[in-house]
Design a protein around this ligand. Structure first.
Ligand code: X5A
Ligand code: ZN
Length: 656
């Protein structure tokens, strides 16, 4: 079944052409947001991939298939009949508003008239090529499908996913006894945890589910404990679920390959799968607006190559996430080329993993060592002591080319925009004179972008907020602020109300002394109404405000950059790990005003839980602080003095 050896680039090097299947079908573009609202999971994703494959002529070297609709009986092997009913009928609903109401019941889901068809085709496509690979008609395949699947649970669509395409295909392969597939390895390298797939094979030792994802102790999407490394499966499935949860973003090739070398590959050797399915999301790719990681196309191709050694190369790749069109298409091309040729590649990387990567790898190995004895050995110190520093990563030149793309910002704003604040090297009390030459470049880039900074606490008082911009000490403050590097006053000031709960907590602050300070619950609640004062400032100034709001900071990491700005509209909140010790390190998106994003900074959802349970004290504001808030509301002409006093009073006393 193999193609004759082929000549590569006119050299003498011989390699084996494999039969590689590709599925692409324009009908999977029918699923899109109602009213064509902007959304990262949009039809252009699969079009960008397909056009790139066409322009590289790669389709000529593959077997190309149209998508096929999946039969309900195969979906029913992983989803409930209620769920099937929902997805099947959603597009025939009479009005868009009926569909919107249903979508609103779920987390990160939209529906339109094309959703049902696209969902059936996506699942059908993966199943179709999985069967062909299992039968040996194809060596491997890539299904370029959408909507994605790995978040979809038995009875719930979520995270842009309707049907769990990969789970449907895996269950099909196992149930089709004549295919002789008894053990399946599912590798989920999407930047998000594959919660749906994990649950579907939780107790099933025939499926080894492996997921590497950003987790950040449960604060990254999908939030909660499901993606933790202690989730190893249950009953007969214990040990057959492996999670590798990143503690931070910015992971790249070196981090992923270390996980491959020291967890996935040794386990795969022992498990010896009959076939491998990759939940191939490319949102950990460099330049992705949601992922914040930096895997290169070359990195993905190495990860894939290492898996091709198993199951006699039987691999099915199914697209999941991936939202930077250039980076996405380049990564898929690199993978399909690897499926075709298994090219010898230089594996040596210039960078080492993060220190946190070794910590995670060790924790996972320890947790699973009783099930997989190969993981029991201690990793040699001379290996794990090789770690990267920020400096090494940012000196890499290669990432610029992935920063530009049809779904990213205009060219003049590109280049070093994803680097920004990490390069800053601002120590906590650095003045403008200490700003290094390299930081000036990104500063001038971010200075071109305006945002609304939404204040709900003392910064509602303009003289107090101006201290953050121009430096100084307003009435009631116990110490001065140093101000922003760019001391230009806000371009505009305006007021709004938002459906979020205002409350006061913590015991004291350096600026106000003993007493609580204001927080906004990042979760919205339409019973609530909180006044916010908006200041139009630049993204550069916003970062300097962040820096001043969060004392004690690790300055080696980035704060809020253009990638973050790009994704916060969809993510709603971004918790900045670089400022983890600060109380206000969670940036929350509160919508737009005149097309400019409104951002505020508050505590994380996890901290809100802490306030609710009493772990973090709820505490009324000190007098000077409360007076400043009242002054802000009165001078801003939002409330009379009496009204303002009782507004603050209520926020300080009403239980959370
Ligand atoms: C498939 C995928 C991401 C959902 C993020 C929701 N989903 N904020 O990447
Ligand atoms: Zn994802």
């Amino acid at each position: 079944m193999e193609f004759p050896p082929d000549r590569i680039n006119g050299t003498e090097q011989l390699s084996v052409q494999r039969r590689v299947g590709l599925v692409y079908d324009e009908r999977m573009c029918k699923h899109s947001t109602p009213e064509a609202e902007r959304h990262p999971e949009n039809p252009d994703r699969i079009r960008a991939i397909w056009y790139k494959l066409l322009s590289a002529g790669i389709h000529h070297r593959c077997m190309v298939f149209d998508a096929k609709v999946v039969e309900d009986k195969y979906i029913a092997a992983v989803h409930t009949s209620n769920h099937i009913d929902l997805i099947k009928t959603i597009s025939s609903k009479k009005t868009a508003s009926q569909r919107n109401r249903v979508a609103a019941r779920y987390n990160s889901i939209y529906f339109n008239e094309g959703s049902s068809e696209s969902a059936y085709l996506a699942a059908g496509s993966v199943l179709e090529v999985a069967e062909k690979v299992a039968k040996g008609e194809l060596n491997s395949a890539f299904a370029i499908v959408r909507p994605p699947g790995h978040h979809a649970e038995e009875n719930e669509p979520m995270g842009f996913c309707l049907y769990n395409n990969v789970a449907i295909a895996a269950r099909f392969l196992l149930n089709q006894k004549d295919l002789g597939i008894n053990k399946i390895l599912i590798v989920d390298w999407d930047v998000h945890h594959g919660n749906g797939t994990q649950k579907m094979f939780w107790k099933d030792p025939r499926v080894l589910f492996f997921s590497v994802h950003r987790h950040e102790y449960g604060s990254f999407y999908p939030t909660g404990d499901d993606g933790s490394h202690v989730m190893i499966g249950e009953g007969p499935g214990a040990g057959y679920n492996i999670n590798v949860p990143w503690e931070n973003g910015r992971c790249g090739d070196a981090d992923y390959i270390a996980v491959w070398d020291h967890i996935l590959i040794p386990v795969a050797k022992d498990f010896n799968p009959d076939i491998i399915i990759i939940s191939a999301g490319f949102d950990a790719a460099i330049g992705d607006p949601l992922g914040g990681c930096r895997v290169t196309p070359h990195g993905y191709s190495i990860m894939l190559k290492k898996l091709m050694k198993f199951s006699r190369g039987k691999i099915i790749m199914a697209l999941e996430g991936g939202y930077n069109l250039n980076s996405l298409a380049n990564s898929v091309v690199a993978c399909v080329e690897m499926l075709l040729e298994d090219k010898p590649v230089a594996e040596s990387l210039e960078v080492y993993p993060f220190e946190s990567t070794w910590r995670v790898i060790k924790a996972v190995r320890e947790k699973l060592s009783t099930f997989w004895p190969t993981l029991a050995d201690k990793l040699p110190e001379e290996l794990t002591s090789r770690v990267t520093s920020q400096h090494q990563i940012y000196s890499s030149q290669s990432e610029d080319e992935y920063e530009d793309g049809p779904n990213t910002l205009p060219e003049d704003l590109e280049n070093d925009v994803t680097i920004p604040l990490s390069k800053l090297n601002l120590s906590e009390d650095a003045g403008s004179d200490q700003v290094t030459a390299t930081s000036q470049a990104w500063r001038s880039q971010l200075a071109k972008i305006d945002v609304w900074y939404a204040s709900f606490g003392s910064n509602m008082s303009e003289p107090r907020f101006l201290c953050y911009i121009q430096g100084g000490q307003a009435e009631g403050m116990k110490r001065p602020c140093r101000g922003a590097v760019d001391k230009t006053k806000p371009k505009e000031v305006m007021w709004k109300t938002v459906p979020h709960r205002l409350f006061f907590g913590r015991e004291s602050t350096a600026t106000w002394g003993p007493g609580g300070v204001a927080f906004l619950n990042p979760e919205s609640n339409y019973q609530e109404k909180t006044f916010i004062c908006l200041y139009k400032i630049t993204l550069e100034q916003f970062n300097d405000v962040l820096l001043q709001e969060n004392v004690r900071i690790d300055t080696s990491s980035p704060f809020f950059d253009l990638n973050a700005l790009d994704s916060i509209e969809y993510e709603k909140t971004i918790s900045l790990e670089a400022l983890k010790d600060g109380w206000y390190h969670n940036v929350v998106y509160l919508g737009k005003e005149n097309d400019i994003p409104i951002l505020t900074m508050t505590c994380t959802r996890t901290a809100v839980e802490g306030f609710k349970s009493g772990k973090i004290p709820i505490c009324a504001p000190p007098k000077e602080y409360a007076d400043t808030l009242v002054r802000g509301l009165v001078q801003g002409k939002q409330l009379s003095e009496d009204e303002a006093v009782s507004y603050i009073q209520e926020a300080a006393t009403k239980p959370l």
